[in-house]
Design a protein around this ligand. Structure first.
Ligand SMILES: [Zn+2]
Length: 285
């Protein structure tokens, strides 16, 4: 099924090595005219990395992220992003969304489902991430998308293939975004705001300068690359139940390199809610 989907959209791909168009062969591989060949994995994703990469995210981090995303903690954020996309749609126009840095795929999948429930536009959702573990998770669980292991700095897609590019709590590559977005498309970047997970930050980074988070550099960098159409702030209290504490700690860079006793302290605080605080930057070429 995934291979069939990739075949129907094979024209969006280019070879990451030589930039030539790709073609699906025997529902097994994408091959370019120079015979560079990339196989579809049995989970249904395609690995288009030109060389192997090592990322610091291991499988456990993606498991944690999935538990958190499925818990509904990000639902208001997903709804806000879906609204932005739907507000741009003309009736029946097919749309394509790229999630650049999609991790284990839940953000993209939730946004896709939200739009599919309300709009009839044919929707192509493509998620890429450099982590094979993340993409493998995505493909195994969400068969509605096309999932690719790929390098954000060398995206395996032809120019102007996407009407929307999402970049959710993840590093960007703006020159590739410029190349891939259609002339009337939108780049939607989500960055954490000052109070994002502040209950955790207060414990972990007490007394250090990391306690205060600033995204002003990220925002001004975005501004230099795209014409900023709008900025939306979204802030809410997310409900936490006890089984969510460990995955929440495990999925966030906050807890990396932090001492065990501080992690223990968080667990003992018995947090019932955590602050979710984001800024949505919306830009076009
Ligand atoms: Zn090639």
């Amino acid at each position: 099924m995934s291979a069939g989907k990739i075949k129907s959209f094979q024209e969006i791909f280019i070879c990451p090595l030589c930039k030539k168009q790709m073609q699906m062969i025997h529902l097994q591989s994408l091959v370019c005219s120079n015979k560079h060949c990339f196989d579809i994995a049995k989970q249904g994703y395609i690995n288009l990395l030109s060389r192997a990469s090592s990322t610091k995210y291991d499988k456990k981090v993606f498991e944690y992220r999935r538990v958190i995303s499925k818990s509904g903690l990000f639902n208001p954020l997903h709804a806000a992003v879906s609204e932005i996309i739907m507000s741009q749609l003309r009736s029946h126009e097919p749309i394509s969304i790229l999630d650049a840095g999609c991790g284990e795929g839940t953000h993209l999948n939730n946004i896709q489902m939200e739009i599919n429930q309300k709009k009839l536009n044919p929707l192509l959702a493509v998620g890429i991430d450099i982590s094979k573990e993340g993409i493998s998770f995505s493909a195994a669980e969400y068969s509605d998308g096309i999932w690719c292991v790929a390098d954000l700095a060398n995206c395996p897609f032809a120019n102007q293939q996407f009407k929307f590019i999402l970049n959710i709590l993840s590093p960007a590559n703006y020159s590739e975004f410029q190349r891939l977005i259609t002339d009337d498309g939108l780049v939607i970047k989500i960055v954490p705001e000052q109070d994002y997970l502040k209950e955790l930050r207060e414990v972990f980074y007490k007394g250090s300068d990391k306690q205060v988070y600033s995204n002003s550099l990220t925002s001004s960098h975005f501004n230099e690359q795209f014409k900023l159409l709008d900025v939306e702030s979204i802030r809410y209290q997310g409900n936490l139940s006890e089984p969510l504490i460990e995955p929440l700690l495990g999925m966030t860079p906050l807890s990396w390199g932090t001492s065990k006793d501080r992690i223990e302290k968080i667990l003992q605080m018995n947090l019932k809610q955590v602050t979710m605080d984001f800024k949505i930057l919306i830009g076009k070429k």
